[in-house]
Design a protein around this ligand. Sequence first.
Ligand code: CA
Ligand code: CA
Length: 303
Amino acid sequence: MHTVKHENVIYKFEPEMEPVLEVESGAIVHFESNDCFFQQLKSNEDVINEIDFDRVNPATGPVSVKGAEPGDLLKVEILAIDLADEGVSVCMPGHGALPDEVRESTVRVIPVKDGYADYLGLKLPLAPMIGVIGVAPSDEEGSFPTATPWRHGGNMDTRDIRKGRTIYFPVAQAGALFALGDCHALMGDGEVSVSGLEIPADVLVRLSVLKGISAPWPILETESETMVIASGKDLEEAVRHANSAVVGVLSRALQVQWEEAYILASLAVDTRISQVVDPTMTVRAAVSKEIISTEVFLENLKK
Ligand code: CA
Ligand code: CA
């Protein structure tokens, strides 16, 4: 098995990146994922403003997958997310969904064991997820800090990105150039304070190339649904991007008028908030596999 060590990180998803590893399509890769602060916060007494912000939001990688070319999809099966035994969560004045109400920067180191996070005397069930995951953007779109989610993926902070799920990325550069980081032991939809339970993790994924299928945004497959994960400068724009993609797919796949597909989306597609605290905001629009299979969904994607 291939391993990408935790010191091999990027802080931007860029059109041109030097891969640290090249693998065949279908390879399983182990990523050592850092927490979003690169493990700089270790106790409740640590001061957020004293950490090195140049080392925030590292993503481990990038990995080049042979045969991936622009216009393909990179299929990423999430096989395991094994967490460290302690995480950290924070809030800061001027950040999050309630920026004016935070009076002091606060750090809370939170133990994780036996399937629970132990916080405020509460046992919170773990739901490990990957916050930052993506591929190199197109030349036209240019570079994105790892903190910013967009069409290439990035900091989507979507709690459905977890073990057993499959996520598909639009390939924009030869080799795809895949990286991930920013795992959370758990997070609520919205991520309102600006952090999940940030935690180092060992992540196993299988990386495969699907030739000749392009996508406007990352697509996530769960046991029961297919989702478009889209971002925007605000929630309205993110909702528009996600639903525009879904309605186009439904119209083509079911061979119905666009307007009929739009009405179907209104009846049966769920738009859920992923996060409202990053430089762009993220939602996912979810379609039941009883309406359309993921395979047919992917076949009817167009850029
Ligand atoms: Ca994040
Ligand atoms: Ca995070």
